[in-house]
Each structure stands twice: as C-alpha cells, then as structure tokens.
Design a protein around this ligand. Sequence first.
Ligand code: ADP
Ligand code: MG
Length: 290
Amino acid sequence: MPSKVLVRDLSKSFPLRKGKGYSTLKVIEDLSMSVEENEFVVIIGPSGSGKTTLLKLIDGLIPPDSGEILIDGTNRPHPGPKLGFVFQSFRLMPWKNVMANVTFPLQINHVDRRTASERASKYITEVGLSGFENSYPSELSGGMQQRVGLARAMALEPEILLMDEPFGSLDAQTSELLQVELLKLWQFKKNTVIFVTHNLDEALLLADRIILIGARPSRVEEEIEVPFRRPRWTYDVRSEPEYPVLRRHLWTRLRDMVSKSGTFPGVNVGPAVSAPMAGEEWTPRLGDRS
Ligand code: ADP
Ligand code: MG
C-alpha cells in the first residue's frame, strides 16, 4: 500500500525584500518524508524553519518550486476534501456563529445543507460545545474558539488532518485538556494526522512518530518512534522510564539547531545546560505564537 502522504525532494523559496529589490529565501530544500495511514506524526523544528510552509504545501495552498507530494500514491486535486487544516490562529469568521463557521467549509465542498448541519451538530457536540451553536466567536474563550476550529476541520471528515500549533496560543491547562480530547477523537476516527508543535511534552504525548526538521533551508534531521502504549489518556506518559530520555534528546537537538541557525544568537550552547523538566518553560521559543 502506498504511504498516505509521501513528500519527495520538496523545495520552496520565497522572495525576500532587500532594499528596493528582492533576494531569495530558501525555506525548504530537498525535504523527504512519508506518513502512513492512521499515523499520528508530529513535526518539530526551530521557529522560521518552514513548518507552516510545509503544511501549506501538503495542503496544496501553495505550490512547491520542485519535488512532489503524493496522497495515496497519486497527485491529488489541490486542496481537496481529503485534507483538513487547523490553523494556529483560529481563523473563525467573526460575523458567523459557531454553527455557520462549522458548516461553511462543508457548503463550499458541496455537502447538502441537511447533511452539513447534522454533521456540524455532531462535531460541535464531540468537541464539547453543544449549547454554543448560536454564539459568535467574540463570545467564546480562546480554548472554545479552537474547539470550533477543530470541529470545523473534523466535520469535513478529512482523511488527513493538518494541524499547525493549534494549541500554541492557549494556556497550559486548556491546551492539556484539548490534547486529550484530540487523542480521543483520533483514537475513535483514526485519520492520519500531521501536527506541528514547539511543545516537546505535547509531541511526546500525541505522536506515534516525531519528525525533527532543521533550521532553514530545512530538511528532515531525525525521526523518532514514540514507544508509549495507547490510549495515553489513561495514564501519565511522563512517568514512563523512556520519557525523560526522549525529552532530553529532543531538547538537545533543538537547542543545537536553534543556536546553529543564529535565530537566537544569545542562546548558551555550553555542554552543561540540562533540559528543563516537563512543564517548565524553555526560554528560546521554537515556534511562533503570533
Ligand atoms: P515556521 O512555521 O517553521 O515558524 P514558516 O513556514 O512560517 O516557519 O516560515 C518559514 C520562513 O519563510 C520564514 O522566514 C518566513 O518569513 C518565510 N515565509 C513564509 N511565508 C512567506 C511568504 N508568503 N512570503 C515570503 N516569505 C515567507
Ligand atoms: Mg509556523
């Protein structure tokens, strides 16, 4: 069986403003990776390394300069109902209520009105928002708005769910709750998930496999299988013996990439720095929170 998502030798540059003209910013260069059906893959990399760009390329929102992306072994229409995208900023339409925000993408994908509203109701309930169908985004907390974002993507019943730091701007408690809810939704639906985060604990809780991408121009630096048994909400993965070992390894790799990239020139690269424990803040940010 072909991989669900196969990325082969992908490259992408952007024009970079320089004085009155432009130079070229190579963001992704010869990046190859594959994701299997029903797999939950988490992508980690330094800030500005092209993670959002990679998800947009996979979604077909932007074209690659070279290389290819195969879904189920073929080039597919861009973007299509097979893929759902959950953005970091919630991107809800402020003038539409929760129900209308969730049904909107279904309508543009020609799902008939009745099916659309049935499906929307179902997923609004699944993300814990029943009773809020008529509320407007401004009347909801950040956590609730991101639940709407999740319901909107899930209602498309996508085979592949692309998630770009979806919980990055939420407080720790809310994001932990949503991580567990996402795990439950995924365990039940078993779609393929590609999830970007800068949060190592989030990565270790969610992923079957973690793909580390390096600083610009980025490619895959390392892939790590996460060994913890599922379901993972029934116990504390952080007390597994492999947990601190994996976390320290990831932290060290990232710290080295961040300091090599020069993104944070002040970062101490000395060998004696130890990784913070789970739950502690790590000073250099790995992802944008904007
Ligand atoms: P990440 O999500 O890993 O933080 P991004 O994929 O958002 O990184 O961006 C990678 C680099 O590409 C950044 O330096 C950013 O400025 C640049 N970039 C992203 N999108 C565009 C664009 N549309 N035009 C020009 N530069 C862009
Ligand atoms: Mg990003």
